[in-house]
Ligand binder design. Structure first.
Ligand SMILES: *Cc1c(COP(=O)(O)O)cnc(C)c1O
Length: 375
């Protein structure tokens, strides 16, 4: 079976975990935590990065930091993972879903302004597949209406928009280091803080509402409970595992990009013959090969292609069921404007096997199966 995903292994995971055991400090923000923070801040050009136990937790921290409260509205695409919405629903917000663009599957920036009401507090662009949303337009809208922008950059670690790292453009950015993402520690994430005024409060919220971080830096003479918060600090074991990937990020990304471009080139003939549609990468975006998808004609053709591939022991999978049509989405959200592309595009997407060091022979087998299917 050619599986859709395999966790990244670089070889440094175990040596680093042994180092943590020897150090006798397993709780968070130890030597590896600090190394991850430094590496991420330097590579992204970010003011402050804080590791979190998951991408979900990073989104929840952003929802707390922006002070989202019951009655507020938060704008986002419906074509996304549940955590994008859940983080704000937990604070009592109503989610306002806006349609996506058919080319990038990202929120259609031209439809955002019409969805804004006096209750709107934030926009949450999701950089699907590590391809940037139109951030210049989104930031301009946010400025005009004084809204927060929280980038869900779970897919988009080390991808760029006009030379700027995704996650560093909005007020906050959220990364995921889940097993299925480009760099991982099984479950993990990071919050990127782009407004220095929020660093102190972020540290407090992350440490259960206490000033523990400042106290241990000698910047507070009393360790006390100051604010609401939760346990948003991953252990040193997670940080050590993650560091083994982050330090090899360029190599991991180059390998994934090679596989991505191979799929693209080998399937271009089918795209020209109008059998299927390939992803669009706008000129001003540098993507990170987080995932490779094709779009079939419709849902029926996709089901047939999935079955055809499974018979040949290839696991290809679809993606998000639009949130606005889910039980929770119906209860806590509404769709602004018309669903022209969200549902129809979500029914066409098929993601192909792609992971670090996927074998050339496996890529050829996947390409061969798709080519035969359309022959
Ligand atoms: C993976 C993902 C998340 C959440 O990440 P976890 O680390 O699994 O909590 C959020 N948003 C999107 C778009 C994702 O793909």
């Amino acid at each position: 079976m050619i599986s859709f995903n395999k966790p990244t292994v670089t070889g440094n995971e175990l040596p680093y975990l042994k180092q943590v055991l020897a150090s006798e400090k397993l709780s968070g923000d130890g030597e590896f935590g600090v190394r991850c923070h430094r590496l991420l801040e330097q590579k992204l050009g970010a003011k402050k990065v804080l590791l979190t136990p998951s991408g979900t937790a990073a989104l929840e921290m952003a929802a707390l930091l922006t002070g989202i409260k019951p009655g507020d509205e938060v704008i986002m695409p419906s074509y996304t993972f549940v955590s994008t919405a859940n983080a704000f629903v937990l604070r009592g917000a109503t989610i306002v879903f806006v349609d996506i663009r058919p080319d990038t599957l990202n929120i259609d920036e031209t439809l955002i302004e019409a969805a804004i009401t006096p209750k709107t507090k934030a926009i949450v662009p999701v950089h699907y597949a590590g391809v940037a949303c139109e951030m210049d337009a989104i930031m301009a809208i946010a400025e005009r209406h004084r809204l927060w922008v929280i980038e869900d950059a779970a897919h988009a670690v080390f991808a760029d928009y006009k030379g700027r790292a995704l996650g560093t453009i909005g007020h906050f950015g959220c990364f995921s280091f889940h097993e299925t993402k480009n760099y991982s520690c099984g479950e993990g994430g990071a919050l990127i803080i782009n407004d220095a005024d929020f660093i102190l409060r972020a540290e407090i919220i992350r440490e259960k509402g206490t000033n523990r971080s400042q106290f241990f830096r000698g910047q507070a003479d009393k360790y006390t409970w100051l604010d609401i918060g939760s346990s948003f600090l991953p252990s040193e074991l997670q940080a050590a595992f993650l560091y083994a990937h982050l330090e090899m990020a360029d190599q991991i990304e180059a390998d994934r990009l090679n596989s991505w471009h191979y799929y693209f080139e080998q399937l271009l003939g089918l795209a020209h013959a109008k059998k299927l549609t390939l992803p669009t990468i706008p000129h001003d975006c540098r993507q990170n090969a987080h995932l490779f998808y094709v779009k079939t004609e419709d849902r029926i053709e996709r089901e047939a292609l999935i079955a055809y591939m499974l018979e040949r022991e290839i696991q290809a999978v679809f993606h998000y069921i639009p949130l606005h049509s889910s039980i929770m989405g119906l209860q806590h959200g509404r769709f602004a404007g018309n669903d022209v592309y969200t549902t129809s595009e979500s029914e066409r997407i098929l993601r192909l096997p792609l992971y670090y060091q996927i074998a050339q022979a496996d890529l050829d087998e996947v390409i061969g199966a798709i080519t035969q299917f359309y022959a």
